[in-house]
Design a protein around this ligand. Structure first.
Ligand code: NAD
Ligand code: DAU
Length: 345
């Protein structure tokens, strides 16, 4: 697959990775026309692309990927030749507090996109996650052919979506591809996620709530490298295939916290070990050789990625201060008040 798609529907384009991808793609492929379909949930924010609205080849439609008539109408009106599906409910902790919306969007929403793609003969690229592989034992790195073994409501909904996408390739011959990303960090990540939460708490001098012993392992990859990985698959990937996207290198959460605090010059005494996340996956780790074989390589080391992300939050208070003073506060109290009151260190 080498020709560059021109009329692209990007779902979830106002979220963290989606907005980074829209910006990246439009810069690299100015001949493309992009329609963003986004429900603008709490995590979807117009300001993530604020300097881009008004650009003639970028259109925003506010709506739900589960609205089949709307998705069909957009695709027909805009002559869509590719759907890239970022839209999802994405936070594991939110999926523990309120799981049903994860099934609505991540499973049913993806299914609706597949149905429209099948009806109109459109290629679909689906954005998935390393969480579908579940907890990874020491010494192993997930490869794309591994069994899926999700352990949270979020991960289970993403795994179900992956399987629907693959079933449409097998049953209907729909041209699909899937990328499974590692933990992304970078600009415009909603501050419920660990790196932006810890960075903004450190800047505000608030406690840093580390779940359990903090020795869980994650591959903290810069969102830029995720965008280049997706581009590589869109341009050179084989339909029907899955590609892992990450650095292939993990660190513990405590190492990540040290990088954030050191980068921001914050006091390490802010760290609090609090009650762990139920079912917390101890380790994710992926082998990314299949994507490398397409000519892609990550440009950031995970340590650099975390440090650069922390600096972005220090330099862009305009973006996160209004979020943190709004509805986010109610979530924060629900998630952390009791944990921080009874912290274990
Ligand atoms: P995010 O939560 O920042 O953004 C999600 C976006 O989807 C928001 O703009 C939101 O408004 C939109 N959305 C939610 N429900 C919708 C619906 N029903 N219809 C239309 N739009 C809807 O998420 P993110 O971190 O940018 O993740 C994007 C994708 O990448 C997700 O599919 C996620 O599972 C996957 N992923 C994320 C990471 C990560 O580290 N953040 C890693 C691997 C994979
Ligand atoms: O691995 C890919 C996944 O990465 C994506 O599919 C998800 O959409 C994305 O949210 C992310 O999931 P995680 O649960 O790994 O990321 P999160 O930023 O929530 O947490 C990172 C690690 O930090 C994890 O081990 C849990 C821990 N953590 C998180 C929070 C929010 C804490 O210790 N304290 C916290 O307050």
């Amino acid at each position: 697959m080498t020709s560059s798609p021109r009329h692209i529907l990007i779902t979830g384009g106002c979220g963290f990775i989606g907005s980074n991808f829209v910006r990246y793609w439009l810069d690299r492929h100015p001949e493309s026309r992009v329609v963003v379909l986004d429900k603008l949930t709490y995590a979807g924010r117009r300001e993530n692309l604020q300097e881009r609205w008004g650009q003639p080849n970028l259109t925003l439609v506010v709506g739900d990927i589960g609205d089949q008539d709307l998705v069909r109408r957009i695709c027909v009106e805009h002559g869509t030749d590719l759907i890239v599906n970022f839209a999802a409910e994405t936070h594991v902790d939110q999926s523990i507090l309120g799981p049903l919306v994860f099934t609505d969007t991540n499973v049913r929403g993806t299914h609706v996109l597949l149905e429209v793609a099948r009806e109109l003969g459109i290629r679909l690229h689906h954005i998935s996650t390393d969480e579908v592989y579940g907890h990874i034992r020491d010494g192993h790195q997930s490869v794309e052919s591994d069994d899926l073994s999700p352990r949270s409501p979020y991960a289970a909904s993403k795994a179900a979506a992956d399987q629907l996408v693959q079933a449409y390739a097998i049953t209907y011959g729909l041209p699909v591809t899937i990328t499974r990303g590692a933990n992304n960090v970078g600009p415009y990540q909603y501050p419920e996620k660990a790196v932006p939460l810890f960075s903004t708490n450190a800047i505000l001098g608030e406690p840093i709530p580390v779940y359990g012993d903090g020795l869980q392992m994650r591959d903290y990859a810069h969102v830029h490298d995720h965008c280049t990985g997706i581009e590589a698959v869109l341009l050179h990937g084989k339909t029907g295939e899955v590609y892992n996207v990450g650095t292939g290198r993990e660190m513990t959460n405590l190492e990540m916290v040290d990088i954030v605090l050191d980068t921001l010059g914050a006091d390490h005494a802010l760290v609090r070990h609090v009650t762990d996340r139920p079912g917390h996956d101890r380790r994710y780790s992926m082998n990314v050789d299949k994507l490398r074989a397409l000519g892609w390589a990550p440009t950031y080391d995970p340590r650099q990625a975390v440090a650069e992300a922390a600096r972005w939050y220090a330099d862009n208070r305009w973006w996160w201060e209004p979020i943190r003073s709004g509805e986010f506060r109610a979530y924060y109290d629900r998630q952390y008040a009791e944990r921080l009151a009874g912290h274990t260190s």
